[in-house]
Design a protein around this ligand. Structure first.
Ligand code: G3I
Length: 353
């Protein structure tokens, strides 16, 4: 009997000792709800194919977002290294991954003057042969992804800043001023169901560019040229442009019966280079800015809300850092792939808070 009591005492001490000496786990930080589960429209992220090998990136992106844009690999320069020569691998990897996560895919971008391969820039044939080559490119790419890609930026950034004039891109030079209408038609002919977007920046603060974009839309609609939406890139700062001007441009798209895509949202918090770290105050301001923009988007009629796409996943990988040369923290996730207050701002807007 004594032996049994002794064993029970020892067991009690051991279990108590195990309990008392076990390291106390810090309370698990409760993750905020996934945006994709709360949003009534696609919430997207731009990723490069090389991020697919990073588990933290793919875990956070798949949990949070319901749409994917290729940040780079579905543009003309990476996709086509020669006339009739295509490098599908990276784009296919992104498409396969996105489909496996149940994400929709936004194609970016069929024609962009900043992503023109040498074979196009230095095309030696006639203007007619040039247009045939562009038509062939658009047809090949759109047909390849017609079961995967729900929407395409058919043309990106066709109008100059300030003047709003049509850029003298190789497309304008070789195909003439009306090239936009023809390439939108080529994309439509390749896929009768895909949504066709015009995508640009600056339309919310550059009056001439805004006017040129809306004139193009009006012209397309008067001639029966297919267009389904306008992408406002929305590379904003925590204070500029005014929310009212963002709302005005979104409304101008809606009244024309088109869909609005905030297609490349990032929110610079260090536009004047006064920060070396992200301060709590600036982080809070960023949160409010994100919440206000998402709230304004939510106010649009449902059928006009194509989606909001963040132009990148984590702060340190934003294009803005190299582009502006300042430290920046413009996205929803920090360097440790943790949700920031800006994420909470997005979520609170989705929840109507
Ligand atoms: O992947 C290649 C690598 O193999 C090569 O060694 C290296 C050296 O040239 O280049 C790498 O490609 C880079 C690519 O990003 C992927 O990192 C390109 O040089 C670089 O130019 C490219 O920058 C992208 C840029 O568009 C041009 O395509 C940025 O990531 C991307 O954020 C930026 O996004 C644009 C939108 O498409 C349109 N709106 C403006 C926005 C910002 O410029």
């Amino acid at each position: 009997m004594i032996r049994l009591v002794w064993c029970l005492v020892v067991l009690g001490m051991l279990s108590f000792g195990c309990k008392s000496s076990a390291p106390t786990e810090p309370p698990a930080v409760e993750q905020p709800a996934p945006l994709r589960e709360v949003a009534s429209f696609p919430v997207g992220v731009a990723l490069q194919a090389r991020r697919l090998s990073s588990a933290p990136h793919t875990r956070a992106a798949a949990r949070t977002f319901s749409s994917l844009t290729a940040e780079y690999e579905m543009k003309m320069r990476p996709l086509s290294s020669g006339q009739g020569v295509y490098n599908w691998e990276a784009a296919d990897d992104l498409v396969s991954w996105a489909r496996a996560q149940g994400m929709q895919i936004h194609g970016h971008a069929l024609l962009w003057h900043e992503s023109v391969p040498a074979w196009v820039e230095n095309f030696g044939g006639s203007d007619h042969e040039f247009e045939e080559a562009i038509k062939e490119y658009i047809t090949t790419v759109v047909e390849r992804y017609k079961d995967d890609v729900v929407s395409w930026d058919v043309v990106n950034e066709a109008f100059d800043n300030n003047s709003g004039a049509l850029r003298n891109s190789v497309f304008q030079k070789r195909m003439g001023d009306d090239y936009l209408a023809r390439v939108f038609q080529y994309a439509r002919d390749a896929d009768p169901d895909v949504l066709l977007f015009y995508n640009d920046y600056g339309a919310t603060y550059d009056a001439n560019k805004r006017r040129s974009i809306l004139r193009m839309v009006d012209d397309f609609q008067s001639r029966g040229i297919p267009i389904d939406g306008v992408g406002l890139q929305a590379h904003v700062t925590y204070t500029f442009p005014p929310l009212t001007s963002i709302q005005a441009m979104m409304d101008s798209i809606v009244v024309r019966g088109l869909k609005v895509h905030l297609s490349e949202l990032d929110v610079r918090v260090n536009p004047n280079g006064d920060l070396t770290t992200l301060t709590p105050a600036r982080s809070q301001a960023q949160k409010e800015r994100v919440r206000n923009i998402v709230t304004a988007f939510m106010a649009l009629p449902q059928e006009h809300r194509f989606g909001i796409t963040m132009w990148g996943l984590i702060d340190p990988e934003s294009w803005l850092i190299e582009f502006w040369g300042n430290p920046e923290w413009p996205l929803l996730f920090d360097a440790n792939v943790q949700e920031k207050p800006a994420y909470d701002g997005f979520l609170e807007a989705l929840q109507g808070r």
